[in-house]
Design a protein around this ligand. Structure first.
Ligand code: NAD
Ligand code: TYD
Length: 339
């Protein structure tokens, strides 16, 4: 029997990259295809450990390029599609929203049309809790799968739009789909424009860390490995047409996150620099993961063990993030922050 084929879009990015490695190692009986355009956020050096394996394949392509994507699906006849490829940074969506609509909405539409043209077993659309909007600081309130979508940023609006397209392809064409909505991820290979890797890399270089507003906004942090195991479970066991929220009850204020990193690295809180708040800054995200837990998912990290592992990874892999922050990232940082 021929091997099952799993297409992972955005597999050169942070979460998609971790997921590709997870699948290649865990399922030698699957052929894993990583499709990525290699934007500023994509990098293949992270896959040096798996690139020579027989069950790993790379395709460089733009998900919005219909002329390439449809024939590729017809040729390869993928069994599973796990769709990560996206523009993913809220701050970039505030300064340049258009690319978010192109990639996240039109790109998803092309991937759905391609999946519709063949007989797939499951399409998992990797979305975000940010589509639900924001919660207030009442710690007893959570996002459930029934929470209405009220996206606030151009990023979350584009992700919500793509969620609706995925839902529509299930309702209209009967496509076997799941949507996962995860809280903020952290872990190895996180691009250093996001809060946790930005803080670790800057603290290690004794540079100031920009904290937006008063630092009291809350995010619900999940280690990327736990996100990978959640997607694996939903891919194989999720009921078609269902949405699954992913989160491990690890709420922290941004200031708590930054101080934890500074303390672990035995540096001074003087590195904290409060800067102008993000426009439309969502106050709080928090996930109720009951539905996914009932399917059998359990995270392996809490924030304490996960952040310790992540800091150690950045200490051990300085070459990876130094190569990123010394490239075009530097001009991005200077434009974004005047510190
Ligand atoms: P990332 O920015 O690190 O990676 C995105 C990847 O997509 C990159 O490799 C990039 O090259 C690729 N890509 C971008 N545009 C493309 C295009 N037009 N064609 C092909 N490839 C393209 O993102 P991430 O943080 O790994 O997030 C992955 C997915 O998970 C996104 O859909 C995001 O919305 C979702 N998500 C992220 C988080 C988080 O905390 N980072 C949480 C929940 C959900
Ligand atoms: P981020 O990592 O960009 O993820 P998201 O916006 O998707 O939640 O930001 C996490 C939180 O940290 C968010 O409340 C904004 C804040 N933040 C800072 O305070 N300083 C920074 O330099 C960055 C990038 C984010």
């Amino acid at each position: 029997m021929s091997k099952k084929k799993v297409l992972v879009t955005g597999g050169a990015g942070f979460i998609g990259g971790n997921f590709v490695q997870y699948m290649v190692e865990r399922y030698p009986e699957y052929d894993v295809y990583n499709l990525d355009e290699l934007t500023y956020a994509g990098d293949l050096t992270k896959h040096s450990g798996i690139e020579s394996k027989d069950n790993y394949h790379f395709v460089k392509a733009d998900i919005a390029d219909r002329e390439t994507i449809i024939p590729l699906f017809k040729k390869e006849k993928f069994d599973y599609v796990v769709h990560f490829a996206a523009e993913s940074h809220v701050d970039r969506s505030i300064t340049d929203p258009e690319i978010f609509t192109r990639t996240n909405v039109l790109g998803t539409q092309v991937i759905l049309d391609a999946a519709k043209s063949i007989d797939i077993t499951k399409f998992v659309h990797v979305s975000t809790d940010e589509v639900y909007g924001e919660l207030d600081f009442d710690p007893t309130t959570f996002f459930t799968e029934e929470t209405p979508l009220q996206p606030n940023s151009p990023y979350s609006a584009s992700k919500a739009s793509s969620d609706f397209l995925v839902r529509a392809y299930h309702e209209t064409f009967g496509m076997p789909v799941n949507i996962t909505r995860c809280s903020n991820n952290y872990g190895p290979y996180h691009f250093p424009e996001k809060l946790i890797p930005l803080t670790i890399s800057r603290v290690l270089n004794d540079e100031k860390v920009p904290v937006y507003g008063d630092g009291k906004n809350i995010r619900d942090w999940l280690h990327v490995q736990d996100h990978c195991s959640a997607i694996d479970l939903v891919l194989h066991d999720g009921t078609s047409g269902e949405v699954y929220n992913v989160g491990g009850h690890n709420e922290c204020t941004n200031l708590e996150v930054v101080k934890t990193i500074i303390n672990t690295l035995e540096k001074s809180d003087d590195l904290i620099e409060f800067v102008t708040d993000r426009l439309g800054h969502d106050k709080r995200y928090a996930i109720d993961p009951t539905k996914l837990e009932k399917l059998g998912w359990k995270p392996t990290y809490n924030f304490e063990t996960g952040i310790a592992q992540t800091i150690q990874w950045y200490l051990d892999n300085k070459k990876w993030w130094e190569q990123i922050i010394s490239g075009e990232y530097q001009s991005y940082f200077e434009k974004q922050y005047s510190i």
